[in-house]
Design a protein around this ligand. Structure first.
Ligand code: NAG
Ligand code: NAG
Ligand code: NAG
Ligand code: ZN
Length: 451
C-alpha cells in the first residue's frame, strides 16, 4: 500500500516536471503569401478563431505580404486540406521548430569575468543581471546599474546608465519588451558593452556618441516574460500577470496610452496580443512610463528594439505617410545603407502603418514627450528562422545594428538613392580589393626582381 502511494506521488511529480515546459516537436514553420482576398480572410479568421492549432509569427496584414506561422503536427492534415481548398501555396521554412529552438544554445556566464560574456550564444536572466552588475562594478566612473521598479512577479527591471560626464542630452534604449525576442536583449547588452569600452582610436564615432549623451539602456523590460520564454514556453511574449479566468499576460507593447486598443485589436485576454483592460494596467509599462517621464527633459532619442523582420519603423501607426518625418525617414535610410554595407543584410523602413501596433511605447514617447527621434528596430531575420535565430547570427546581427544606430545618430540628411541596395551602395566594399591588388603587383615585381 505504502509503496503504491509513493509510486503514485513519484509519477505525479514526474508528470509535473514533464508537462512543465511546452514543446514544439515537429511543429512546422510555414510561409505563405495571400494573393487573393479569400486567402487573407482565411488567415485572419484562423488567427481569430484558432480552429487549427497554429501560432502566427508574422500575422496576416494585407494582400501580397508574407504570413509566417507554425502548426501543430496533429493539425497538419487539416491545414493542408484547407490550403488546397483555397488554392494557397505553403512554403515549409522549417520541418521541426523544436529542433531549431534546441540549437539556440544558452550558456552560463562565469561570475566576475566580464570579458568572457560572448555573443555566440544566448543567456538566461540571472546571468544577464549578474553580468550587468559586474560590468557596472568594473567601470564605476562611466556607468551605474539601477533598478527602476518591479515586474508583476517581483523581478527587478534594470537600467544601465552610461555617462562619461558633461553630457547634456539623453538617449533611452529599450529591449526585451517581448519575452521571446531574445536577440533584442542581446543587442542591448552588446550596445552597453561597446559604449563603455569604446575609445577614440578604435571607433571614434561611437566614442563621441558615448561622450555626448547620457545613455539609459533597459535591456529586459519584461523580465517575467523573458524568464518564462527560457523555462516554460519559448514563444511567450507577454508579461506574466494573472488577468483572470485562468489566463496570464498582457502584451506590454500594446499597453501604452496612445491609440490604446485601436486598429482592430482583439480585446480578448486569451489572445497573444491582448493589450490589457486599460492603458498602463501593467506594472512593467508603468515602470517604463515613470522612468521615461522622469528623464524626459533633454531626451533626444528613443529607440525600441524588437525581433524579427529586418525593418525600421517610425511612428505613427495611423498614417501611411511619414507626415513631418522626412528627416527621420532619410536618416533611417542612411542607417539601412550602412547596415547593408556592413553585412549585406537588407532592412526596410516604414511608418507603423504596416503593422498597426496600437498602444506601443515608441508612439507614446513621441507624442507624450515630444521626442523627435523615435525609432523601432526589428532585428534579424526576415523569416528564415524567425524566433529560432541561430546563435551564430547573434554577433553579426549586433554588429550591423550597432553600425546602423551609429550612422543614424551621426549622419546629416542627404539625398539617398531610391534603390537603397544598388551596387553603388556597396561600392565602398570594392576598396578592399585595392590593397589586395597592390599586394599582388608588389609580389610580381619582387618575383621579377629576383631574375
Ligand atoms: C552626466 O554626469 C555629470 C556628472 O558626472 C552630470 O553633471 C550630468 O548632468 C550628467 N548628465 C546627464 C544628462 O544626466
Ligand atoms: C581601444 O579599443 C581597442 C578595441 O577594443 C583596443 O584594442 C585598444 O587597446 C583600445 N585602446 C586604448 C587606448 O584603450
Ligand atoms: C523579406 O522577405 C520578403 C519575402 O519573403 C521580401 O518580399 C522582402 O523584400 C524582404 N525584405 C527585405 C528587406 O529584404
Ligand atoms: Zn516585439
Amino acid at each position: 500500500m505504502h509503496i503504491k502511494c509513493l509510486m503514485a506521488i513519484v509519477l505525479f511529480c514526474a508528470n509535473i516536471i514533464i508537462t512543465r515546459s511546452k514543446r514544439y516537436d515537429n511543429f512546422i514553420l510555414y510561409k505563405a503569401t495571400p494573393v487573393e482576398p479569400d486567402h487573407l480572410i482565411f488567415f485572419q479568421n484562423l488567427d481569430r478563431k484558432k480552429y487549427i492549432d497554429v501560432v502566427f509569427w508574422k500575422k496576416p496584414n494585407k494582400l501580397f505580404e508574407d504570413v509566417h506561422f507554425i502548426v501543430n503536427p496533429s493539425d497538419k492534415e487539416l491545414l493542408l486540406e484547407r490550403a488546397q481548398h483555397f488554392n494557397l501555396d505553403l512554403d515549409v521554412l522549417s520541418e521541426n521548430i523544436q529542433r531549431a529552438f534546441d540549437s539556440q544554445i544558452v550558456k552560463n556566464y562565469l561570475r566576475l569575468r566580464v570579458e568572457s560574456y560572448s555573443w555566440t550564444n544566448y543567456h538566461n536572466l540571472v546571468d544577464i543581471y549578474q553580468w550587468l552588475a559586474d560590468l557596472a562594478l568594473k567601470n564605476p566612473s562611466v556607468t551605474g546599474l539601477m533598478s527602476i521598479g518591479k515586474s508583476a512577479e517581483d523581478r527587478d527591471i534594470f537600467v544601465i546608465g552610461i555617462n562619461r560626464s558633461g553630457a547634456k542630452s539623453k538617449v533611452i534604449v529599450e529591449g526585451g519588451m517581448h519575452g521571446n525576442e531574445w536577440i533584442s536583449t542581446e543587442f542591448l547588452l552588446y550596445l552597453a558593452y561597446n559604449l563603455i569600452m569604446s575609445n577614440r582610436t578604435a571607433n571614434e564615432r561611437l566614442f563621441e556618441l558615448s561622450k555626448n549623451y547620457h545613455w539609459y539602456l533597459l535591456p529586459v523590460c519584461n523580465p517575467d516574460g523573458y524568464e518564462f520564454s527560457h523555462n516554460e514556453d519559448r514563444l511567450w511574449m507577454r508579461n506574466r500577470r494573472n488577468v483572470g479566468h485562468g489566463y496570464f499576460g498582457v502584451d506590454l507593447n500594446r499597453n501604452f496610452d496612445y491609440k490604446f486598443g485601436k486598429h482592430n485589436i482583439i480585446p480578448n485576454s486569451k489572445d497573444d496580443s491582448y493589450g490589457g483592460p486599460v492603458p498602463f494596467s501593467e506594472p512593467e509599462s508603468r515602470v517604463i512610463r515613470d522612468f521615461v517621464t522622469k528623464e524626459s527633459e533633454g531626451l533626444k532619442y528613443y529607440f525600441s528594439f524588437h525581433a524579427y523582420g529586418q525593418k525600421i519603423v517610425i511612428p505613427y501607426s495611423e498614417s501611411k505617410n511619414n507626415m513631418e518625418h522626412d528627416e527621420l525617414d532619410n536618416l533611417g535610410k542612411q542607417a539601412i545603407i550602412k547596415m547593408f554595407r556592413t553585412s549585406g543584410v537588407k532592412y526596410s523602413i516604414s511608418t507603423g502603418y504596416g503593422t498597426r501596433i496600437a498602444g506601443n511605447s515608441a508612439a507614446w514617447v513621441k507624442k507624450n514627450h515630444k521626442v523627435k527621434y523615435v525609432y523601432t528596430f526589428f532585428l534579424r531575420d526576415n523569416g528564415t528562422y524567425g524566433h529560432a535565430l541561430p546563435p551564430d547570427q547573434i554577433q553579426p546581427t549586433c554588429e550591423e545594428a550597432l553600425s546602423g544606430l551609429v550612422e543614424l545618430m551621426t549622419a546629416k540628411p542627404k539625398r539617398v538613392r531610391s534603390n537603397l541596395f544598388s551596387p553603388a551602395s556597396r561600392a565602398a566594399e570594392n576598396l578592399i580589393l585595392l590593397p589586395c591588388l597592390a599586394f599582388i603587383i608588389n609580389c610580381i615585381i619582387q618575383f621579377l626582381a629576383v631574375f
